[in-house]
Write a protein that binds this ligand. Structure first.
Ligand SMILES: Nc1ncnc2c1ncn2[C@@H]1O[C@H](COP(=O)(O)OP(=O)(O)O)[C@@H](O)[C@H]1O
Ligand SMILES: [Mg+2]
Length: 305
């Protein structure tokens, strides 16, 4: 008798990244169905009731959620209590990974290179003290909300006026934001699957940084894998990605965003513990380089759960 494994794909959610998650969820679900799994699709929208999950008798949950409760450890903790295995990092690593400021503090303490930054909290923020904060920094500066994705609320400030206005804009999204030194140079992202570091992907576009517009609308955004790096550079960037991933105790799968400055020196920018998994996402592009197709990639992620 063939035993069909019953799994759930959780997608959607209510974060600002809901739309990407709908696409990831659909692609993952179709892949698992092609692989012969009995798949239950669950949109984690407002009507979602987690207490209904145990009655479905699933073996594992594939989390195709980006941002919010689905990536910040909340859902992971609940699934752990329900004893349902799930893909990706556990609740503690997810909680650190979603928070760019917390991630960078861990990295700094672990000796992992990341752009200098400071944090602002809405409750204690005083615009009059901004000049004091930035006296050791130079423009441009990047302003970003701590836990959003898809470049939402992220801007590059070239002067103090822009900085004030972008800070105000970032505070619309959340109460905690970061001001980070802008690094001018090539942009990369490195995936990790199980214990394996995937080939580096370089991202090129004509925007001055990888804005929401560049990520989702611009026709000239391109992903290059393998990236044009020397064997030494490829080794250095992969080692940085792996230590950045491990420093926050991430596991299963994920992606680390990295920028190289003009001297070719690499800086870790952020870690994604639940990367996009649409058929056109960066992660499956990197596994494809290793001869692992989309469906096998999805199954490999599930196997780590
Ligand atoms: N310190 C920085 N220097 C230069 N560009 C940056 C910096 N931080 C972010 N960016 C640009 O903004 C994009 C989005 O920032 P990131 O921190 O990766 O957030 P998101 O979660 O939205 O992907 C990056 O892909 C990069 O193009
Ligand atoms: Mg990013």
């Amino acid at each position: 008798m063939i035993v069909v494994k019953k799994v759930a794909v959780l997608y959607g959610g209510s974060s600002s990244e809901r739309n990407v998650s709908l696409m990831s969820g659909k692609a993952v679900s179709q892949a698992l169905k092609r692989k012969g799994y009995d798949v239950i699709d669950i949109d984690v929208d407002h009507s979602f009731d987690i207490t209904s999950l145990p009655s479905l008798k699933i073996e594992k949950a594939f989390l195709a959620l980006h941002g919010g409760d689905g990536e910040d450890g909340t859902l992971q903790a609940a699934l752990q209590l329900l004893k349902i295995p799930y893909t990706g990092s556990d609740h503690r690593a997810s909680a650190v990974g979603i928070d760019k400021a917390m991630t960078k503090k861990v990295w700094q303490a672990s000796g992992i290179t990341t752009p200098r930054f400071f944090e602002l909290n809405l409750s204690s923020y005083n615009p009059d003290s901004l000049l004091e904060h930035i006296q050791d920094y130079s423009f441009p500066l990047v302003v970003k909300p701590a836990t959003q994705g898809c470049s939402i609320g992220i801007n590059k400030a070239h002067n103090i006026e822009e900085l004030h206005s972008f800070i105000e804009e970032a505070f619309i999204y959340e109460d905690k934001i970061l001001i980070e030194q802008y690094i001018s140079g090539r942009e990369f992202t490195v995936g990790i699957l199980d214990q394996q570091v995937l080939p580096t992907v370089e991202i090129t576009h004509s925007h001055s940084f990888f804005s929401h517009e560049a990520k989702f609308k611009a026709a000239d955004t391109q992903y290059h894998c393998p990236a044009e790096l020397s064997a030494d550079q490829e080794e250095i960037i992969r080692a940085l990605a792996l230590s950045a991933f491990r420093a926050i105790n991430a596991s299963g799968w994920g992606r680390v965003d990295i920028i190289a400055d003009e001297n070719g020196y690499f800086y870790a920018i952020e870690v994604n513990t639940a990367p996009g998994m649409t058929t056109r996402s960066v992660f499956p592009l990197a596994t494809e380089q290793l001869g692992i197709d989309f469906d096998d990639t999805v199954e490999a992620i599930l196997r780590c759960a």
